[in-house]
Design a protein around this ligand. Structure first.
Ligand SMILES: CC(C)(COP(=O)(O)OP(=O)(O)OC[C@H]1O[C@@H](n2cnc3c(N)ncnc32)[C@H](O)[C@@H]1OP(=O)(O)O)[C@@H](O)C(=O)NCCC(=O)NCCS
Length: 136
């Protein structure tokens, strides 16, 4: 929509990041079956511009689960409504922590990756978590 973009018609990165946080948070809460909060965003990349009028498609999946935290990967696609052409315009990895009724981190169910793609995402998510923890 026009309010989401600059005067050249480029959609703001912040508009897309808000959508990513909402979608990823929904996926995290659906997995945890609990309230979740965003703990960190590991990486946010924009590969291609998104313009006013594009249809945004956001796809999110739980890549890796620790004890109370989980990594959700999001892929953003933008579709030109006239041509139908769809581009992968960005991606991000967000970590969410599940909270109990007292607002304290609480354990969540593990995931069992099955397909080769799920296994690859799981290992990459684990590597990002290990790198993040080694920095603290
Ligand atoms: C995220 C938050 C709940 C973590 O609380 P905490 O007391 O530091 O929790 P702990 O040290 O017990 O760690 C709990 C889990 O969070 C993870 N975690 C904590 N800080 C993190 C960070 N910055 N990035 C990624 N993971 C983080 C830990 O690795 C741990 O994961 P695990 O249980 O899977 O091993 C707390 O920092 C918080 O409430 N932050 C504000 C969240 C928020 O309001 N977000 C909205 C935007 S402001």
């Amino acid at each position: 929509m026009p309010q989401d973009a600059n005067i050249q018609g480029n959609v703001y990165g912040g508009t897309i990041m808000k959508l990513m946080d909402e979608i990823a948070g929904s996926v995290a809460a659906l997995h945890a079956r609990k309230n979740v909060v965003t703990a960190s965003v590991d990486q946010m990349s924009f590969y291609e511009p998104v313009y006013i009028g594009n249809l945004l498609l956001l796809k999110a999946s739980v890549n890796f689960v620790g004890n109370t935290s989980m990594e959700v990967g999001v892929r953003i696609e933008a579709r030109d409504l006239r041509s139908g052409k769809t581009l992968n315009t960005g991606s991000s990895y967000l970590t969410f922590v599940a909270l109990d009724g007292n607002g304290k981190p609480t354990e969540i169910a593990q995931i069992v990756p099955e397909t080769p793609e799920e296994k690859r995402r799981y290992l990459e998510g684990k590597a990002r978590r290990d790198r993040r923890l080694s920095r603290h």
